[in-house]
Write a protein that binds this ligand. Structure first.
Ligand code: ASP
Length: 253
């Protein structure tokens, strides 16, 4: 009897400490950027460092998860396209169907992070965590924010508490729902905010802490499905502004 209890305790504790399997899908951005000096954080080149090097820069990852990386694209996110969106969405859906994948992290430029996050929030068909991370400083900068954002992103993607919360962005320690996130500044590391509905949570000292749940439908509850879609229609955006002559909208029509 005692022996049985001891065996059960060992099994239970090894299960409790089993590291989650997290796949990192890299798409480029400043997080994969490189500058000419450690003090340059504007005017650097985005999207040059490959996923293996990004992960190698965070050796602490091995303590928290079994991590593998894939390069899905290598673009500055102002060049993100709907073709990459579809490729990414299908890859995420495929990976999350695998029993041995617990969560996905996507590295991405911050310029269009909101758009990609929201799109994925509508078309990913899984309760498993999908976490997007980026950086405001290239990897070559003094006090680069990318490595900690990757570390915190992997923690969030591997956390059981992240299940069912939809696509999230983790940057500057904050955890923000894809639906609520706004980039508010083009330079500072505290750029991502959720001004209307607030942050979902925070990562502190290696702990993922949530303050609330998103209530709108997302991911597995969404009616959108990209399984059989190979091309998205082109939709351009025209801003309304004072003294608008209508020339842009006429050109689009
Ligand atoms: N140009 C970068 C991008 O790929 C900016 C960034 O990542 O912060 O969006």
């Amino acid at each position: 009897m005692l022996k049985k209890v001891a065996i059960l305790a060992v099994v239970a504790s090894s299960l409790a400490f089993a590291k989650p399997n997290v796949v990192v899908l890299a798409t480029g951005g400043t997080i994969a950027g490189s500058g000419v000096s450690s003090t340059q954080y504007e005017g650097y080149q985005a999207a040059v460092t490959g996923v293996e090097k990004l992960l190698a820069a965070v050796p602490e990852l091995k303590n928290i998860a079994s991590v593998s990386g894939e390069q899905v694209a290598q673009v500055a996110s102002q060049d993100m396209s709907t073709d990459v969106w579809l490729k990414l969405a299908k890859r995420v859906n495929h990976l999350l169907q695998q029993e041995n994948v617990d969560g996905v992290v996507i590295t991405h430029g911050t310029n269009t992070m909101e758009e990609t996050a929201y799109f994925l929030n509508l078309v990913v068909k899984s309760k498993k965590p999908v976490v997007m991370v980026g950086a405001m400083r290239p990897g070559t900068a003094m006090s680069a924010d990318g490595p900690m954002n990757i570390y915190n992103g992997v923690l969030a993607a591997g956390s059981k508490d992240s299940i069912g919360k939809g696509v999230m962005v983790v940057l500057n320690d904050r955890i923000i729902s894809a639906r609520d996130i706004q980039k508010t500044d083009t330079i500072t590391v505290d750029t991502f905010k959720a001004p209307i509905f607030g942050y979902l949570g925070q990562v502190v000292d290696g702990k993922v802490v949530f303050f609330k749940n998103p209530i709108n439908k997302h991911t597995y509850e969404s009616e959108f499905d990209v399984t059989n879609i190979t091309k998205l229609p082109k939709v351009d955006i025209n801003y309304g502004y004072a003294n608008d002559s209508g020339v842009v909208i006429d050109a689009l029509v």
